[in-house]
Design a protein around this ligand. Structure first.
Ligand SMILES: [Mg+2]
Length: 208
């Protein structure tokens, strides 16, 4: 029998991206003379133009909108971080057990090099081999097409509307909405989906 498959989203699901972004913006505030409001408003404008977040592209955009010191470098910043701050300690324990009888995949939207960096720096690469990491810059639905996932597929994601879109196209996907990190994720929206708020709870659901 084929192993059960779980596809995880990366940002705000496996990784506390909200905290990572906060630290990135705090660093920018410290290193530039820009206020929190100026940075936020610049980021909002950037997000309207770009479908994915990448720090390199954002710094380039920011330097066009406001003069910033050329020494500000996202590579230096991300290599100086303690990445264990962005990973929940229950997660690795759960993955260690799940990997024995599940195929573990990541499906993530973002700037490819930045997504790969996050996977490496956090140590998630020990659980997800490179051929089971799908990075896309646009639609997750489209990115799934070449993989032809069959059978029951568990799909864990923090974004409610995006999950609905995937589920409407891939009827064999069983959704779990993870609300542990992002404030934008509803704690419970309807009865059709499972909603979990911690890895402990997620693990309980997955082991059933
Ligand atoms: Mg996400």
């Amino acid at each position: 029998m084929a192993m059960a498959t779980i596809i995880f989203d990366l940002d705000d699901t496996l990784l506390n991206t909200a905290r990572l972004k906060k630290d990135f913006f705090n660093m920018l505030q410290r290193e530039t003379n820009l206020s929190h409001e100026e940075l936020r408003s610049c980021y909002k404008k950037f997000s309207r133009q770009e479908t994915t977040f990448g720090p390199v592209a954002f710094l380039k955009y920011l330097s066009i909108q406001h003069p910033i010191a050329p020494s500000i470098n996202s590579e230096n910043f991300f290599s100086s971080l303690d990445w264990s701050h962005y990973i929940d300690r229950d997660l690795f324990h759960a993955l260690e057990i799940l990997k024995n009888d599940h195929e573990l995949w990541i499906l993530t939207k973002g700037e490819s090099s930045f997504q790969q960096l996050k996977i490496q720096k956090t140590g998630l690469n020990h659980f997800f081999s490179p051929d089971r990491v799908i990075v896309c810059e646009n639609s997750k639905c489209e990115a799934l097409v070449p993989h032809n996932f069959s059978g029951d597929i568990i799909f864990v994601n923090d974004k409610y509307h995006e999950t609905r879109e995937v589920i409407s196209r891939y009827k064999n996907f069983l959704p779990i909405i993870f609300s542990g990190f992002s404030k934008l994720t509803p704690a419970k929206r309807d009865d059709n989906y499972q909603f979990v708020h911690s890895f402990e709870k997620l693990f309980e659901v997955l082991k059933k």
